[in-house]
Write a protein that binds this ligand. Sequence first.
Ligand code: PSU
Ligand code: MN
Length: 303
Amino acid sequence: MTIKLSKEVENALANGKPIIALESTIISHGMPYPDNVKTALMVEKFIRERGAVPATIAVIAGEIRAGLTADEIDELGKKKDVVKVSRRDLAYVVSQKRWGGTTVAATMIIAKRAGIKVFVTGGIGGVHRGASDTFDISADLDELGKTNIAVVSAGPKAILDLNKTLEYLETKGVPIIGYQTTKMPLFYTMSESEEVLYRFEEASDIATYIKAHNQLNLENGVLIFNAISAEDALPYTEVENAIDQAIREMKRAGISGKEETPYLLSKVAEITKGRSLKANISLLLSNVALGVEIAKALTNNEN
Ligand code: PSU
Ligand code: MN
């Protein structure tokens, strides 16, 4: 796979500096313009301020990239015909020289091959509600089962079927690390009942765990769940009600397949009058802060 690196990412890789991979579906399909671009640039700035290097991953006119310019992020956020790129879509966008926003699955593949060890996102994809009829299971889960990179998130997206997502991850052998939590983070909110697999208190403990995972040559990824802060979290029942309504409207509109996740997230944002979008940005920044600490601890561990 040919990956074009930004100068900043290339230097960081050469000098063993901590790097944070970022997905770009959140820019192309996750948030409205200009919030999407503002958020992406703010996240990059936040990473640099903490002494790490951001590597936003995307496909630009058929070129696989790790590290974008601000202008490229702006264009990605504005363009209308950007493809939502998961594993199965990579060869298509490359061969057709299209622009692509990479999902968690595609970002994992590219980041791993670029030699990046930590990837931060908002929430992962998973088993959709109603999957026993629709079979809608995100390719993110299979990727986590076969591509070894540490993925920091605030848990599965709240629109998903949490229990089925956890069962699927268990089948695929994906460990779930909770950062200072045993309760299951659920994107904008918290689940009361679910327990995470292993709890760690410090980013350095998580880095030690990742190191052991790598030394065992396990090929799967590692999930690190970081709960949204209590003051930014939306109440569980409010989120559930908004999701129920969004799913009803989605069915009425006949939306399915890869359009489901973007549709539901924007509907929930609409129903919560933008509060879910605000929560999404806050959890993303908190995940980034944790990801940087883990990436730093990993580089310390290696030297
Ligand atoms: N964040 C958003 N909107 C999205 C996504 C993230 O605000 O659509 C993407 C992520 O990139 C995730 C993907 O990997 O949704 C999962 O989509 P699917 O269920 O189609 O696999
Ligand atoms: Mn799907």
